[in-house]
Every structure is written in C-alpha cells, then in structure tokens.
Design a protein around this ligand. Structure first.
Ligand code: BQF
Length: 319
C-alpha cells in the first residue's frame, strides 16, 4: 500500500486526464448556426444585421481582436466595418462619432474596442453608445439590467463562459464556482450570471459563487480554488492557477490571455492556469488561446443579431 499511493500520484502527474475544450470548434459550430439563422432572416425579407467597431489608435492586440470580429461577421453574414480613429482624438469628437452611428438606422450594433487611450474617459464612452445598440453590454443601463436579472446584452466574454459551461454539460445548481478577477467587463458579469436565480427573465446558473481578486490572500485563493467545482480565471496573471489548487475533476475555464516572452526569447500568448500541470488534475480545461476567445467572438455575433431582431420588432410595433 505504501508503494501504491505514490505510484498513483505519479501516474496522475504523468497522464493528462482533463478533457480539453476546443473553443475553435465550438465557436465554428455556433457561428454556422448563426449564419443559417441570418440567411433565413434575410431570405424572409428582413434587414441584414449591421455592426460597426470603433478602433481608437493602433494597439496591435486591439487590431487583432477587431480583425477577428470583422472576419467572423463576414462569415456569418453580418454587414460590418471598422471605424478607425487616431489615438489623439478628443473625447468630444469620439462621442460625436458614436452619436453618428447611434443615429444611423441601418446600424444595429456598435462596439468600442477597449482599451481606449488614457485621455479618454472610458465610462463616458461606453455610456454614449445607444442602449439598444450596445452589443458589448458595457452601457451602465445594461450593466444594471444584468444585475437586476432583466434581459439585456450580456458582455460577450461572460456569455462565452456560460455557453461553454452549458456545452460541456457541467451542473452548476448549488455547485461551488470561484471567479478570479473582478473587472467590470469580464469577472463581474461572469460572477453575476453564475450566482443568479434561474427563475428570472435572465436565468442565472444558481452556483455558490465566490469572487477572488488582487487583494484576496494567497492562502485564501488556494483554499477557495481547492473547494471549487468550477474555476473561472480572468486575471492576466500567467501561472496563477497551479495544479495543487485544483480539485480533482474540477472544470477550469481560463479567460486569461497574456503575451509573454519564453526563456527561448519567443513571444506567445498564455492563459492564467498552469495548463500542462492542471491537465492532470482537472476534469475539463479550456486552452488559452483557443478556448474562451473564439467563443467570445461568436457571442458578439449572437448579440449583434439579437440587436437587429430587437430593432425589427420595434419597427413593426410602430406600424
Ligand atoms: C483565441 C480582449 C483583453 C482585452 C481586450 C480568439 C479573441 C482572442 C483569442 C478575441 C479580447 C479577447 C477581445 C482568440 C476579443 C477575446 O483564438 O484564443 C479571439 O478576439 N477576443 C477583445 O476584443 O478585447 C480584449 C482581451
């Protein structure tokens, strides 16, 4: 028996056991579904959904993300374009540009690629987007609706996390879920959806949710993670989630994406979890990249089509 236990441990360490969640494949399947729906929608004589992204400056990561959104739009049949503005643009001129798009009846969805330059007030910019065109769900009214369990545009990253949990088939009712990271656009909406009551206009996942953040004591983070059935991490701290913090069979959803330089001097993107190590402990794990990211883009497509259908309903109610 003395020999068996370390051998078991050793074999667990050497043998990856987690099921790897293929975000690219899941995203492609979702987008194919949306594409079919939009085809039917347009064939039935409705207006094709239209999305505009506003990109301020030329941050390489932001450019990459906007491009991914444009490619996805083209694939699903959403008319899309990027409004590129100089990083020196004033707050006032940026608001004017947003209002132009707000007043354009052909446009259903507007997003401002974040982050914006330091001299721009991000909160004001998010609130400048028409509530019904706010496909990112960052307008203060839409955040309020989310917290009040009302139907709204749920931020795409949180929708992606919820959708992945549903597709994997993880039961959340009364289960322990730990969210690492408390950003307003990612950690907070995920936390909100996880703990909310399912008997609502916006059904929640009924988990016992715990929110950890930069001031959570390291030993508390370990304790909460060890107790968790689901760990959702969105901190941008590579290696934050280590194998000893993961309950055997737990589900890890890794939202982190950080560009690092490897010891060999190569640049690459990594998530928050010690991926190789956690493979041997977790039951399910999303790789980063290739996990939550692609599904996030698919959820933006879903939100844009939703905005389009909402406007269509508004127009027919006015008739
Ligand atoms: C993939 C984002 C931080 C800050 C601002 C596919 C995306 C990313 C990765 C993507 C992200 C992250 C987006 C992969 C949008 C997700 O293959 O793994 C797609 O486009 N994302 C963003 O718009 O702004 C961010 C992360």
């Amino acid at each position: 028996m003395r020999l068996l236990t370390p051998l078991k441990t050793l074999s667990r360490l050497l043998t990856p056991t987690a099921k790897i969640i293929d975000g690219k494949k899941i995203s492609a399947d979702i987008q194919n579904g949306i594409k079919e729906e939009i085809n039917g929608w347009v064939a039935a004589g409705h207006k094709r959904p239209a999305l505009r992204a506003i990109l301020v400056g030329d941050d390489p990561a932001s450019c990459t993300y906007v491009n991914k959104k444009m490619i996805a739009s083209r694939e699903v049949g959403i008319d899309s374009d990027t409004v590129r503005l100089p990083s020196t643009i004033s707050q006032e001129d940026l608001v004017k540009k947003i209002e132009e798009l707000n007043n354009d009846n052909n446009i259903d969805g507007i997003l401002i690629q974040l982050p914006v330059p330091d001299h721009i007030n991000e909160r004001e910019i998010c609130n400048a987007v028409h509530v019904d065109k706010d496909v990112d769900g960052f307008h203060v009214t839409n955040i309020g609706k989310l917290v009040a369990n009302q139907d709204t545009f749920i931020p795409a990253t949180s929708l992606a996390v919820i959708e992945l949990i549903r597709i994997i088939g993880i039961d959340t009712f009364g289960k322990r879920a730990v969210v690492c990271g408390r950003s307003k656009n990612v950690g907070l909406p995920i936390f909100q959806m996880l703990h909310a009551d399912y008997r609502n206009e916006l059904p929640g996942l009924e988990a016992t949710a715990i929110m950890c953040h930069r001031n959570t004591k390291p030993e508390d983070l370990v304790m909460y993670c060890q107790s968790a059935d689901i760990i959702i991490t969105a901190t941008g701290v590579p290696g934050l989630i280590k194998p000893h913090m993961v309950k055997e069979g737990a589900c890890i959803i890794d939202v982190g994406l950080t560009r690092i330089t490897t010891p060999e001097g190569k640049s690459k993107l990594v998530g928050d979890a010690d991926y190789e190590g956690c493979l041997a402990r977790a039951g399910y794990i999303t790789p980063a990249p290739g996990g939550v990211g692609p599904v996030t883009v698919a959820m933006l497509m879903k939100n844009t089509f939703k905005a389009c259908k909402n406007f269509d309903r508004q127009r027919s109610n006015q008739k």
